[in-house]
Design a protein around this ligand. Structure first.
Ligand code: AMP
Length: 113
């Protein structure tokens, strides 16, 4: 499968990993839009939020806790941060392997663009 994030999971493409366990990988976004910009992904290929099933519930909950821990480690937890999932074409999803953006270190605008 030609998925860039699967290649990152398999270490076929280099990345700056900030967290890894059996199911989850977190790494620096190569094109950061904030001082802290980390992508949190499941190691198994799930195309988008549309493709999650009830069986993925625990995995998604774990990903949220990974995000919470990284926010603490990066010292952005108290100030606040944003978690983003882009889903599908109108949602702006460019990489079709589900991922959550952790953005912090600056004030976030609302509404999002
Ligand atoms: P999205 O638009 O939500 O699909 O976001 C995809 C994100 O993946 C973008 O923020 C890209 O900068 C990021 N990205 C693409 N390729 C890489 C890579 N090889 N390493 C790290 N981040 C990447």
């Amino acid at each position: 499968m030609d998925c860039i994030f699967c290649k990152i999971v398999n270490k076929e493409i280099p990345s700056t990993i900030v967290y890894e366990d059996e199911e989850i990988l977190a790494f620096e976004d190569v094109n950061p839009v904030a001082p802290v910009h980390i992508l949190v992904i499941p190691k198994k290929h799930i195309r988008s939020l549309n493709d999650l099933t009830a069986e993925d519930s625990e995995l998604v909950a774990k990903m949220m806790l990974v995000i919470q821990n990284i926010a603490k480690e990066k010292n952005i937890a108290d100030a606040g941060y944003r978690v983003v999932n882009n889903c599908g074409e109108l949602g702006g999803q460019a990489v079709h392997h589900i991922h959550f953006h952790l953005l912090g270190g600056r004030e976030m605008l609302w509404p999002a663009g």
